[in-house]
Design a protein around this ligand. Structure first.
Ligand code: PEP
Length: 247
């Protein structure tokens, strides 16, 4: 079985019920390619609202969660809460979690392991900063982040990796298809060498970083790019074109 094309939307800290209704409207009208798996990442206070409005064919993700069941962790949410809102996905280790909120590789790995054990499907994010790319450290950084995640994964069928170069997120500077394909192939090779050939072959690796209606097709055409994680453009009707990028 080939890897099913996957497009995630990361709404970040955006949305009101009014603006969400507009997104629900264009996603419901589509038409969306049935060969693409679609998941949108929403703020925790809207998880249940979005789940109740979107067709069941579209998954709903939280953008973060903690690594404990319950307790004195003010401001956090746990996997059970996400499931209680009817949702089955979580995005973890987004660069904004790493770089704005100081989340470490170790914490992200532990969160991935806990979310999986609690029955969620996970989109862990990895990616280098501009200085790291310029210093020739892109794969070193991605492999270090990936190892912290992989050490906590036992069922890879519930994991979709997002490679998001930090310098391309929200900047309008997309990695070229060649730059993205090179890192995706390296990540797949790392999985083959450090996990298994089967996992390398079956795990979807998404590209994220200023994906738009204009560049989604050439990115989607790269052999190791299995979809995209989309921030800004996932709030606009253009998102439908990105979902349909392989049609
Ligand atoms: C993201 O938030 O994961 C992202 C890739 O954002 P943008 O598409 O806006 O660069």
């Amino acid at each position: 079985m080939g890897r099913k094309f996957f497009v995630g939307g990361n709404w970040k800290m955006n949305g009101t019920k009014e603006s969400i209704d507009k997104i629900v409207d264009f996603l419901t009208k589509g038409p969306l390619d049935p060969n693409t798996e679609v998941v949108v990442g929403v703020s925790p206070c809207y998880l249940e609202y979005v789940r109740s409005k979107l067709p069941q064919t579209i998954g709903v993700a939280a953008q973060n969660c903690y690594k404990a069941d319950s307790g004195a962790f003010t401001g956090e949410i746990c996997p059970a809460m996400i499931k209680d809102c009817g949702c089955e996905w979580v995005i973890l280790g987004h660069s904004e979690r790493r770089n704005v909120f100081g989340e470490t590789d170790q914490l992200i790995g532990e969160k991935v392991g806990f979310a999986l054990k609690q029955g969620l499907k996970v989109v862990p994010c990895i990616g280098e900063q501009l200085e790291e790319r310029e210093a020739g450290k892109t794969t070193e950084v991605c492999f270090r982040q990936l190892k912290a995640i992989a050490d906590n994964v036992s069922d890879w069928s519930k994991v979709v990796i997002a490679y998001e170069p930090v310098w391309a997120i929200g900047t309008g500077k997309t990695a070229s298809p060649e730059q993205a394909q090179e890192v995706h192939a390296a990540i797949r090779n790392w999985l083959a060498e450090n996990v298994s050939a089967e996992v390398a072959e079956s795990t979807r690796i998404l590209y994220g970083g200023s994906v738009s209606a204009g560049n989604c097709r050439e990115l989607a055409a790269c052999p190791d790019i299995d979809g995209s994680l989309v921030g800004g453009a996932s709030l606009k009707p253009d998102f439908v074109q990105i979902i349909n990028a392989t049609q």
